[in-house]
Write a protein that binds this ligand. Structure first.
Ligand code: HEM
Length: 421
């Protein structure tokens, strides 16, 4: 039924030669027939090769750098049923360098992106399953009707959203960044394969990390030696379809150029460590790597792991490194082995601090300023232990405990599909 209704024409907008009225009259969104087809081809081409990780980058790619404040003013007046404000007209006039269809398409793309992408990011953050754009409108006999987008968050048919992939990536990045600035710390479980990640997401965890030990060990490769790059990136590619932000543990970059590696991943976040297979990078070396990654993939949350602490080096050096990495562009710092309340408080004052799960509860760690608690290799190790214990139970004639076959199948089909993404 929805699909039939979505194939009706969109409501007609009057001609306009100024401000928002001009924009409405010249964009793909409010046109039908041959005009729609022409504008659709133009609009789609403009974003065809865009790999933006933030709305800012999208604005740059559309030759509208620095325009997002104006876009935010235009967006609430864009739909034909909304009143137009003088501010919105002025904002369109500032951005429209000419009256061409391509100029309208560029502005229209950013306006379409603005509110919907923020709303999608909020869905990732809260887990709210309602579509970010809940309804649209079509022209029917007797007037304009509202059509529910339940089951079609990105629309359907000739007007379906051409920005879906781009929007999903940007919204996951936005949501993941925001998860490090909430009242409660983000509890981030670390998966080692597709199913462990899907199971954790289905259990309600809003974002998923990967564990380098789990990924390497599952393939019979020792951890921390930079040898499991292929396996880590293959897993990152599988997890791209998961309807939640994913952050990938890249050790120290697996001997590849970390900036290129991060840019090619499509992940909402990465962990990069200053530990090396046989020692530590100098702070200068690591800061340079961080600044290159920052420049190449601005939307990706870069968590700088500092390995001095668990090498037994004085906490002051960890603090110095943290400051340097944050100045170079790190979004957060991760200090494995950190448990002393005084040290936690000190480092938490420098940047969003990530610690490993430990004796203190998330609330207690939150009170010390921690923003993210990850499980590292804990879940992988727990799974191994449970696997062996289950086999032993069978051997010893006891009743084993496990998920059912159908539950796992259901998890996989649910894991890759969501109302939001
Ligand atoms: C980078 C971000 C985005 C861009 C560039 C973008 C662009 C567009 C454009 C140009 C259209 C009009 C297509 C046409 O009329 O032929 C459109 C339609 C649509 N978009 Fe997006 N969009 C973005 C994000 C989103 C998000 C996050 C959602 C919600 C999940 C969304 C949902 C929709 C829907 C439902 C329609 C169809 C409306 C209808 O059929 O009436 N968009 N989008």
């Amino acid at each position: 039924m929805t699909e039939e209704l979505l194939s009706l024409p969109v409501p007609q907008v009057p001609a306009g030669d100024h401000g928002v009225a001009w924009l409405r009259a010249n964009v793909v969104r409010f046109s039908n027939g041959a005009e729609h087809q022409r504008r659709r081809a133009l609009t789609t081409k403009l974003i065809e090769n865009v790999h933006a990780t933030t709305l800012d980058e999208l604005a740059n790619a559309l030759n509208l750098s620095g325009s997002l404040d104006d876009i935010a003013v235009i967006a609430p007046c864009y739909q034909p049923h909304e009143p137009i404000t003088a501010e919105a007209d002025a904002a369109v006039e500032r951005l429209a360098r000419d009256r061409g269809e391509e100029t309208a398409a560029r502005i229209g793309l950013l306006v379409q992106a603005w509110a919907a992408t923020h709303a999608l990011a909020a869905r990732f953050r809260t887990g709210d399953p309602t579509p970010p754009v809940p309804i649209t409108r079509r022209a029917a006999e007797g007037g304009v009707i509202e059509v529910s987008l339940e089951g079609h968050p990105f629309g359907h048919g000739s007007h379906a959203c051409p920005g879906r992939t781009l929007a999903t990536k940007i919204a996951k990045n936005m949501a993941f960044r925001a998860m490090h600035h909430q009242d409660e710390p983000l509890v981030l479980p670390n998966a080692w394969d597709y199913t462990s990640a899907a199971a954790l997401h289905a259990a309600g965890f809003k974002a998923i990390g990967t564990t380098s030990l789990g990924v390497a060990a599952a393939h019979g490769i020792p951890d921390g030696m930079g040898l499991a790059g292929e396996q880590a990136t293959a897993l990152a590619a599988l997890l791209r379809d998961l309807p939640c932000p994913v952050t990938v543990d890249l050790e120290s970059g697996f001997g590849q150029d970390p900036a290129e590696l991060v840019a090619g991943l499509d992940a909402a976040g990465v962990n990069l460590e200053d530990g090396r297979p046989h020692g530590l990078a100098t702070p200068e070396e690591q800061a340079l790597i961080i600044s290159r990654v920052r420049e190449r993939a601005p939307g990706v949350f870069l968590n700088a792991r500092i390995d001095t602490h668990w090498h037994g080096i004085a906490i002051e050096e960890t603090g110095e490194r943290a400051k340097r990495y944050v100045d170079a562009g790190a979004d957060g710092i991760f200090v494995p082995g950190l448990t002393e309340p005084r040290d936690i408080e000190k480092l938490a004052s420098l940047a969003p601090l990530n610690v490993l799960a430990q004796q203190r509860t998330p609330q207690e760690l939150g009170n010390l300023g921690v923003r993210r608690i990850s499980t590292g290799s804990l879940l992988f190790r727990a799974a191994l232990q449970h696997t062996v214990a289950t086999a032993e139970a069978v051997r010893d004639g006891k009743t084993p405990q496990a998920l059912g076959y159908a539950a796992v199948q259901e998890l996989i089909s649910r894991g890759t599909r969501s109302a939001a993404g």
